[in-house]
Design a protein around this ligand. Structure first.
Ligand code: XIL
Length: 369
């Protein structure tokens, strides 16, 4: 029996059935069943993650599902899928509510269908963000109360549509500046939804999301908040306040778009400390958009990248509240990095020809350690 399917059996069993399943598994294991135990390195990332109770996720796009290699890797190596773009406001709600057909669920639905047919969970991204907001909202000259109506309707419709299909939502994305102040956005104060200063609008949209699907886990997600710094301090204070007052927040997402500069013991230690202080607030922690961009694809760079992938995965393994390691795509063929960071790329565990890079092995070993 495979080590991975053995652990899966334990994870999937419930109540009294559990004992029987485990005993059967142990019997097979000790009797030296016909199939010899393969080396643990035969496990997929998904299997290695399951043994650690960590979902291994990736961002994906429905248009790539037609590529055989893309679909095969996505469906076998990952236990969680998140739409890279197709659940964002501009794509899922491209036309005003006055239109006969304001929403477009096709991309998101195709991804959910793929995930379900491969026994993957789905993470939703994202309901409230300053980017990828459609022109009909940005140029609609809405008053604050009208904008509140638009956003409440959006959250209600999207979260209801995916209720029981999406288990966790990035409700709010990137609401803070690096210095910990609130980012000025259409939803906050330009003109804003009229909820008031500070984190009040975040509180409001979390409440709307909770109403729409009481069983979905609600997350705040941001970048450059991995270390203890002004931004993560501000997020921490917000989550602490929300937990104290019963505002619905279940987790924090750490994007982790990093370069090799992050491979610094001080930074990694600070990330671990930061995770620990959030864990003490009783929230789930997800690494949501991990990628490690490089300036070239030399063997030295790929080895350094692998080391850092392993170290970041280990931080999650060592922190019980960390339940997800998710990369922002999985193949360099379809990574967002070259378009957004000029001259950089090669950021993901599979190369542009769908070959595993050293980073792949490093993530698996970190999960199996
Ligand atoms: C990026 C996508 O990867 C791109 O395809 C798109 O053009 C822009 O957005 N932080 C986030 C993600 O939360 O939604 C962003 O995704 C990357 C940064």
């Amino acid at each position: 029996m495979r080590v991975s399917s053995w652990s899966k059996a334990i994870l999937s069993c419930a109540g009294g059935v559990c004992v029987a399943v485990v005993l059967l598994c142990l019997a097979g294991f000790h009797a030296g069943a016909a199939q010899p135990l393969p080396a643990s390195s035969d496990a997929t990332l998904r299997q290695a993650g399951e043994a650690r109770h960590i979902y291994i996720g990736t961002a994906a796009a429905s248009r790539f599902l037609e590529e055989a290699d893309y679909a095969a890797i996505l469906g076998s190596e990952f236990s969680q899928l998140q739409a890279e773009n197709e659940m964002k406001f501009g794509l899922i709600h491209p036309r005003p509510d006055s239109d006969a057909n304001p929403y477009d669920f096709r991309g998101g639905d195709a991804l959910v269908a793929f995930a379900q047919s491969h026994q993957m969970v789905v993470r939703g991204h994202t309901l409230v963000w300053h980017n990828q907001v459609p022109d009909w909202v940005k140029k609609g000259s809405y008053s604050s109360s009208q904008l509140a109506g638009v956003l409440q309707g959006h959250i209600h419709t999207v979260v209801t549509h995916y209720a029981s299909k999406v288990y966790a939502w990035d409700v709010v994305n990137e609401a803070f500046n690096d210095d910990g102040s609130m980012r000025h956005t259409i939803w906050y104060d330009q003109p804003g939804i009229g909820a008031g200063p500070g984190t009040k609008y975040i509180e409001q949209v979390l409440r709307w999301a909770r109403e729409a699907d009481p069983s979905a886990k609600l997350f705040y997600n941001d970048y450059d908040a991995e270390e203890v710094n002004k931004k993560s301090d501000a997020i921490y204070e917000m989550v602490k306040d929300f937990r104290k007052r019963g505002v619905p927040i279940d987790g924090v997402g750490f994007q982790a778009h990093v370069s090799l500069k992050f491979d610094d013991p001080k930074k990694l230690e600070s990330f671990a400390k930061n995770l620990e202080r959030f864990a003490k607030l009783g929230v789930d922690l997800h690494i949501t958009e991990l990628d490690i961009r490089l300036n070239d694809s030399s063997a030295t760079s790929l080895a350094a990248q692998a080391k850092l992938y392993g170290e970041i995965t280990t931080l999650c393994v060592q922190q019980p509240a960390c339940k997800v390691v998710q990369t922002w795509g999985f193949t360099d063929k379809h990574s967002w990095i070259p378009a957004f960071y000029k001259g950089q790329g090669w950021a993901l565990p599979w190369d542009a020809d769908y070959r595993k890079k050293p980073a792949y092995e490093a993530v698996r070993q970190a999960l199996e350690k």
